[in-house]
Design a protein around this ligand. Structure first.
Ligand code: ACO
Length: 376
């Protein structure tokens, strides 16, 4: 056995620089291109934040107007994507649906293999505009509902909710949704972003990198946790059941979804902002029971284990209150994180080095096929 030091899960390993975002676990802070995410969530549209992630600066009014006009013009679901989604079983996981839809979208792009910065920015903006229609249509078809065409008089958050529910959302609900999209947009070298960077480092195209990132996001240790939080809430039922449920879960060494983080050990910087948005939804929807369950599980788990909630803990219940199917939660994360993924893809491509770590071999010693004689 080699005595080389193994960094399992790459924990604590710094693999590269990034100018896209800074996560500071000591101060529980998160900056996108230098701006605290809380300030962006309080003052900006998701469209402006997407622009910031790609171009490094917030847009001027004129730049934003042009960017938004382009996003609104690119929202409709292409017929071949709709047909592809329709071919998939109704009980296919929505993450599989969105992964397949993005793959088909990429395969249909004649410029798919053009990896120039301009072409990749163009692809990023088009994916950003298109993903809401893919996610919204999949939820609707599972409910036996018709496609709702986008409306170009609505902003990104309003239109996403319009295409999903066929109603103009209450401004408070659209605001909470906009906040969640901004908070989910970017988080440095998380598993899915790193996956996108690994794929980009081989000089594969942007769509391949995004499809790979979607696969990495699906797991419950990463993006799939927002969905898993709601399953836990369903299982527990109400606040009175939290203690016996937690006794049993911890006795069986279960991970409690929505808690813990590889980088933040004193609390996730994004949680207070998302919790405030959840509180507005709780009041709007009169959801006191859900809020009581949320508080009871948080205080009981934190006091027993000292492990704090991550962003998925408040966002899962928020999406539930807005009316999304639990299975749609992680695709919402995709629609938001595609901005961060593609900002990292651009950064990786601009100063590329193939990502190829080493491994320490711990298999059988060298051995040989009986009777084999090498050719002279
Ligand atoms: N429930 C119960 N125990 C936990 C939890 C949890 N949610 N999180 C960490 N722990 C415990 C581990 O069991 C381990 O205990 P041990 O030392 O006795 O074995 C210890 O805390 C350290 O945990 P690790 O899993 O080694 O920490 P790591 O940094 O690798 O994991 C992770 C981080 C994967 C996020 C973990 O906290 C977890 O599984 N959480 C639940 C899933 C989740 O919510 N994921 C969302 C991540 S954030 C996002 O994607 C927006």
């Amino acid at each position: 056995m080699s005595d080389v030091e193994i960094k399992k899960g790459l924990a604590g390993v710094t693999v590269d620089y990034t100018a896209v975002s800074k996560v500071n676990p000591d101060t529980n802070s998160l900056l996108y291109r230098g701006y605290p995410v809380q300030e962006l969530a309080a003052t900006q549209s998701f469209e402006a934040v997407a622009y910031l992630l790609w171009y490094g600066e917030l847009p001027t009014d004129e730049e934003l107007a042009q960017f938004v006009a382009e996003e609104r013009a690119g929202r409709s679901l292409d017929e071949n994507i709709k047909q592809t989604i329709d071919l998939l079983p109704l009980d296919a996981h929505p993450m599989d649906v969105v992964r397949t839809a993005v793959s088909v979208f990429g395969a249909s792009d004649p410029a798919a293999f053009d990896t120039s910065r301009d072409s990749d920015l163009d692809k990023s903006r088009r994916l950003f505009a298109k993903l809401p229609a893919m996610v919204a249509y999949d939820q609707r078809r599972r409910r036996g509902q018709e496609l709702v065409e986008p409306r170009d008089d609505l902003d990104y958050a309003q239109n996403f909710l319009w295409m999903t529910f066929g109603e103009i959302p209450d401004p408070l609900v659209a605001h909470a949704f906009n906040v969640s999209m901004i908070l989910y947009a970017e988080h440095s070298f998380n598993a899915s972003t790193f996956t996108a960077r690994v794929i980009t480092s081989t000089m594969a195209d942007l769509y391949s990198a995004v499809v790979g990132a979607i696969g990495a996001l699906k797991g419950p240790l990463h993006g799939g946790a927002n969905e898993a939080v709601m399953h836990i809430f369903d299982e527990i039922g109400s606040a009175e059941n939290v203690v016996p449920w937690l006794d049993d879960a911890l006795a069986n060494k279960k991970k409690i979804m929505g808690f813990g983080h590889r980088v933040y050990k004193k609390g996730d910087s994004r949680v207070p902002t998302m919790k405030a948005a959840l509180d507005t939804l709780v009041e709007h929807y009169d959801a006191d029971q859900l809020a009581a369950l949320y508080d009871a599980l948080e205080s009981e788990f934190v006091s027993r284990k000292g492990i704090y909630p991550n962003l998925d803990y408040p966002s899962g219940p928020a999406y539930h209150l807005i009316g999304f199917d639990t299975l749609t939660f992680t695709p919402l994360f995709v629609a938001a994180r595609v901005t961060g993924w593609t900002a990292h893809i651009l950064e990786q491509a601009a100063s590329n080095a193939l990502i190829r770590p080493l491994s320490a071999y711990n298999g059988p010693d060298e051995r040989h096929i009986e009777g084999y004689v090498a050719d002279a």
